[in-house]
Design a protein around this ligand. Structure first.
Ligand SMILES: NC(=O)c1ccc[n+]([C@@H]2O[C@H](COP(=O)([O-])OP(=O)(O)OC[C@H]3O[C@@H](n4cnc5c(N)ncnc54)[C@H](OP(=O)(O)O)[C@@H]3O)[C@@H](O)[C@H]2O)c1
Length: 341
């Protein structure tokens, strides 16, 4: 039996291209002592892997991958062989060895910023892939950013960037459900319509003219909080639009993932002049909040108040296309790759 997996073929320059990655086939390894063999069923397609394809990574981040290395990413799968007392054949397990059909997972398995340690999932009647989306990393990231980092209140006006994406669409809806006034920014008119018509959240397309003008049209009196998934010019615009004592949650900076030389905001002094607070975070430092996040989010999903959309690609042979599509803005909601389930 063979195992197909995605690896880095060559270092990307600028935008990731399909030739930068390759799908290769190797024999399925046997688990060693303490390890399990997992047949992956769902792969999470996340922007953060792009950071590790560059020749250097930011201080404190995971090291860069080298050409020939397998890509990693959050995944769900079923244990098909076990030499671990912790997992039995048939268990559904979440872990970080995605981008492959079969994974050998040990007790010392890698996490992504503290998230994704191997864990048995009891999905009950819920779609299992939700544990990679609203009940998994995306849900925890949105929840932590809003309620721990921004300490959102009902009187705030919040801007969420990349608001039609996995984290952004959850963050925008969770904030609205808790009574906050929310606006979103996205990369296409279709995504503006999705937010406005289906999620009930006013939004603008960041391609439609200067960001300060678009922001002012939806938030004429400024904003109190900014959930940043993008960085770059979006962060600069937020610093200008924030009212005194405003807050920023730095969740991601996708505008710079293709080019590590993106400069910081030129208007950083507004942090001083307006007494702003900006804090970066990684969901993996807040796994103690996962249970409370799951209770709240699963309730909203069950009664239909939270809309969850997925962009699903089928088969490991579509994993590279899924990653390129997500990075370029061609997907909506949570991007996933479904293997033979
Ligand atoms: N801190 C954490 O623990 C943590 C955890 C998970 C994710 N994140 C970060 O959260 C952010 C969202 O992740 P996600 O998984 O939910 O991805 P996503 O939003 O579902 O997908 C990425 C989206 O980014 C947008 N985008 C791409 N290039 C852009 C650019 N130059 N300017 C503006 N938007 C751009 C595209 O949407 P448009 O069509 O709208 O442009 C694309 O669909 C990322 O920055 C990610 O690294 C952080």
């Amino acid at each position: 039996m063979m195992n197909r997996h995605v690896r880095l073929a060559r270092r990307p320059i600028g935008k990731l291209r399909s030739a930068d990655l390759e799908l290769v086939e190797t024999p399925i390894p046997d688990p060693g002592p303490g390890e399990v063999l997992i047949r992956n069923t769902w792969l999470s397609i996340d922007p953060s892997i792009r950071i590790r394809l560059a020749d250097t990574t930011p201080n404190g981040y995971l090291p860069p991958l080298q050409p020939g290395d397998e890509l990693s990413g959050l995944a769900l799968g079923t244990v098909v062989a076990s030499r671990s007392p912790e997992f039995a054949i048939g268990d559904l397990v979440s872990h970080t060895l995605g981008y492959r059909e079969y994974a050998i997972v040990g007790t010392q398995a890698q996490t992504i910023g503290g998230y994704g340690a191997p864990a048995r999932i009891d999905a009950g009647q819920l779609p299992i892939q939700w544990f990679l989306g609203p009940l998994g990393s995306a849900g925890l990231t949105a929840y932590v950013g809003l309620f721990e980092i921004l300490e959102l209140t009902t009187t705030d006006v919040l801007w969420v960037s990349s608001a039609a994406g996995a984290v952004g669409a959850l963050a925008a809806q969770l904030a609205k459900l808790r009574g906050t006034t929310v606006l979103g920014s996205v990369g296409s008119p279709e995504k503006v319509a999705y937010l406005r018509d289906e999620l009930g959240i006013p939004a603008f397309d960041y391609h439609d003219g200067p960001l300060p003008k678009s922001l002012a049209a939806l938030a004429p009196r400024g904003i109190d909080a900014y959930f940043d998934n993008v960085g770059g010019d979006h962060l600069t615009a937020a610093l200008d639009a924030l009212r005194p004592s405003g807050r920023i949650a730095l969740c991601g900076a996708i505008a710079g993932y293709d080019d590590s030389a993106v400069p910081g905001p030129p208007n950083l002094f507004t942090m001083v002049s307006k007494g702003l607070r900006m804090r970066g975070f990684r969901a993996g430092s807040f796994t103690h909040l996962e249970d409370s996040m799951r209770r709240e989010v699963s309730g909203y999903l069950a009664d239909g108040r939270l809309i969850h959309r997925e962009s699903v690609f089928d088969g490991i042979e579509s994993a590279i296309a899924a990653l390129l599509a997500m990075l370029s803005g061609a997907t909506v909601g949570k991007t996933l790759c479904r293997l033979d389930t």
